[in-house]
Write a new protein. Structure first.
Lengths: 412, 139
């Protein structure tokens, strides 16, 4: 496991194609990422999650964004259109379908642009073939996934099942709990994903509606600062801008060849994508302050959660605390890379590990079960699906029931 | 891009593959009146490939590559199909992505490159294999 490093201890090499301190045409100053994230004085605002996406992109020096309507991300996509109208983005357009949108994002990224898009639920599924292609082509595109139930039956409500599908695409996957997380993860995600030894697409996931359509207090970086732009010449694969010689990239084609070289090339490339995800740890840890957050993990009972299930878990802990039941909390911030060592360490002494989730499958619970010893300590659930809320009382009752205590509704 | 970009470092010249040396010396990058008549008298931008013997796509490919007005400023965007076998054997930039998304990828690429250099003329060849349908676009 990587040693803990402070943001200052490992300075991320910034883009070299603009000078820090230089201004863009919107009079924003290109700011060193460390100053940008950790030094600049922030200002409190009261915004919806969708507005927070707009505010993050305003400062992100994004070149191109491609939009397509799918609730609950439509509002964010439209708000990014306003940024384009105001001159913050160089290009913005609507694709023909989610599949086309992600192809257009790929093309723009191949051309050396910093690319951002948003999608949700059915849109994610419709675009799906593109995500492993992005990873395989090493395109550091950012997609904000505002999770929504996957049809059918029809639902536009929040449900995190789509994250389960995304886990093995080769993308980096971070899961925001709050609007503040969403703001920070979007901006920090560009910096980590574009590192030459990572250079992978990144999905910044949040729970639709719960985060996108509710207002929250968010500390924003001032509008007169912005991230340094993406520098495609730091990419580990050539940028398709005709500035590189048109050499043949391969001596032999990869496809339709039943030979060892073909198999070995493909297998090693897939391993390399996974290795790049692991290499992102050393950039992510200083950026996010670790891949997990913990509260009182010396306790025998723990809740491990990601997204808004963390908030509900935290509330359940408060309810249980009033009854003298002490429970600790582990907030999982990144799903890829998965914080395997971190979770093993903080759960080492726990006797009961509960994993509440906003989906039917319980993917986070399965991930936790697969990496810790004595995994019968892991209790999958409670689960809600289809957009139901996950009341903190339900989590508290599940814990009490499991402990053999009377399952009364707590807090009434 | 200019033809100068594909010069080989003198110290490495003798260890480069002969077909690459031939490409640097005798390909028609930058030749204003390049066209199908160059076939036979110049180095083609396509190497021996693994399409089936007698496949008409191979002939089509040779004529198209010989006739591109500015191969040094062309990106070929293809989708999965038989000609995926050829993409690694051509001496112009190419992107292979997925089934049926070549026009979307070409759209994104075109808009990204226009962003960087709005006045430069470049060409995108978006190639759909099975229907033998392709699109040329200039900005």
């Amino acid at each position: 496991m990587n040693k803990p490093v402070t943001p200052r201890a490992r300075k991320i090499i910034r883009s070299t194609n603009v000078n820090i301190g230089q201004k863009n045409k919107k009079d924003q100053t290109f700011t060193d990422p460390h100053d940008f994230f950790f030094e600049v004085e922030r200002k409190k605002s009261f915004l919806t999650g969708s507005e927070v996406i707009r505010e993050a992109i305003r400062l992100a020096s994004v070149d191109i964004s491609v939009a397509y309507p799918i609730t609950p991300q439509s509002e964010a996509a439209a708000l990014i259109g306003e940024l384009f109208a105001d001159g913050y983005l160089k290009d913005y357009f609507r694709g023909e379908s989610e599949f086309a949108v992600m192809g257009q994002c790929a093309g723009a990224s191949f051309g050396g642009a910093r690319v951002f898009t948003t999608t949700a639920g059915p849109g994610t599924m419709r675009a799906f073939e593109n995500f492993p292609m992005w990873a395989g082509a090493r395109l550091p595109i950012q997609v904000c996934v505002t999770c929504r139930g996957i049809n059918s039956p029809l639902s536009i409500q929040p449900d995190t099942l789509e994250i389960y599908f995304l886990l093995e695409t080769g993308m980096l996957i971070w899961h925001a709990e709050t609007a503040q997380d969403l703001y920070d993860y979007i901006l920090k995600g560009f910096i980590v994903a574009e590192e030459p030894d990572v250079h992978l697409p990144i999905a910044i996931c949040c729970d639709g509606f719960f985060v996108t359509h509710t207002k929250d207090t968010v500390e924003l970086i001032p509008e007169n600062a912005c991230l340094p732009p993406y520098d495609p010449y730091r990419s580990p694969v050539p940028c398709m801008d005709m500035e590189n010689p048109p050499v043949r990239m391969m001596r032999d084609s990869f496809v339709m060849k039943s030979n060892y070289i073909h198999y070995a090339t493909h297998a090693s490339w897939q391993q390399e994508i996974r290795a790049a995800i692991q290499r992102s740890r050393k950039h992510t840890i200083p950026m996010l302050g670790g891949l997990i957050d913990t509260e009182n993990t010396d306790r025998e009972i723990l809740i491990v959660a990601s997204g808004t299930a963390v908030s509900q878990g935290r509330e359940a802990i408060r309810l249980l605390d009033a009854e003298g039941i002490k429970v600790g909390l582990v907030k999982v911030k990144t799903l890829r890379p998965f914080p395997t060592q971190e979770i093993r360490e903080v759960t080492a002494d726990a006797k009961h590990i509960f994993v509440p989730e906003f989906n039917m499958s319980g993917w986070l619970g399965r991930e936790v079960k697969s990496i810790i010893p004595d995994n019968d300590r892991v209790i999958l659930g409670p689960h809600v699906a289809g957009g139901m809320t996950l009341p903190s009382e339900v989590i508290a009752e599940e814990i009490k029931r499991h402990l053999g205590m009377e399952a009364t509704v707590v807090g009434r | 891009m200019s033809k100068e970009k594909i010069h080989i470092c003198e110290d490495l010249y003798d260890i480069m593959p002969p077909e690459y040396q031939d490409m640097v010396e005798n390909a028609t990058y930058g030749k204003e009146d390049r066209g199908w008549k160059d076939i036979g008298s110049s180095k083609e931008l396509i190497e021996p490939h693994s399409l089936c013997a007698g496949c008409p796509e191979a002939v089509t490919f040779r004529y198209i590559l010989a006739s591109l007005p500015n191969p040094e400023d062309t990106v070929m965007v293809g989708s999965t199909g038989c000609t995926s076998l050829v993409f690694p054997h051509v001496a112009i930039q190419n992107i292979h992505s997925l089934f049926g998304n070549q026009n979307a990828v070409a759209t994104g690429l075109k808009r990204a490159l226009r962003r960087g250099s709005p006045t430069r003329k470049r060409m995108w060849l978006s190639w759909r294999v099975t229907a033998l349908r392709w699109t040329l676009a200039w900005t």
